[in-house]
Design a protein around this ligand. Structure first.
Ligand code: GNR
Ligand code: NI
Length: 172
């Protein structure tokens, strides 16, 4: 297992559409292990493969609290089914958009069909934080960031600040 570098906006790789996985094999499980370790280290509650530069449709998540047992979830080729009409607003953040948080509205509930760590098909009924998080991660698979759901003014302000920080960091 290894901790990988997390790409940050406006890195163009974060805009790629990730490709479906054709087989859940040991190489893919090694990627999922690295993703989970990277996510725990960050720390975050979810991570899409493209955030560590791998453009494949793989997501890891763990919504367990600090004092709870870890409960990792692995989603390969996830699909959202039956998003609810009723919406929920959550304050979101993203490891690829550091130090910025804002409210995003998304369907409150959905089902997710996916392959698990062993390649077995699963369907998860998601609501609350897990529904928000899975939709945030699904966006990454399409090259979409949570700031894309905000006004253009807000998004451009955030991106400008990130560019400036990266320029300063590169000059050090
Ligand atoms: O760690 C994360 N927290 C979070 C909080 C609210 C809504 C979504 C998230 S996902 C984020 C990690 C991340 O960037 N995943 O792509
Ligand atoms: Ni994110």
């Amino acid at each position: 297992m290894a901790i990988k570098e997390i790409l940050t906006a406006p890195d163009p790789r974060l805009r790629e559409v990730s490709k479906p996985v054709d087989k859940v094999d040991d190489a893919l499980r090694a990627l999922m292990d690295d993703m989970l370790e990277t996510m725990y280290d960050a720390p975050g509650i979810g991570l899409a493969a493209i955030q560590i530069g791998a453009p494949v449709r793989v997501i890891v998540m763990d919504l367990a609290g600090k004092d709870e047992e870890p409960s990792p979830l692995y989603f390969v080729n996830p699909e959202i089914l039956d998003p609810s009409e009723d919406m929920n607003v959550y304050e979101e953040g993203c490891l690829s958009v550091p130090e910025y948080f804002d409210e995003v509205e998304r369907p409150a509930r959905c089902r997710v069909k996916y392959l698990d760590y062993h390649g077995k098909e699963q369907v998860l009924e998601a609501e609350g934080m897990i529904a928000t998080c899975i939709q945030h991660e699904m966006d990454h698979l399409e090259g979409v960031l949570f700031i894309d759901h905000l006004s253009r003014l807000k998004r451009e302000r955030v991106l400008k600040k990130l560019k400036k920080e990266q320029r300063l960091a590169a000059a050090m």
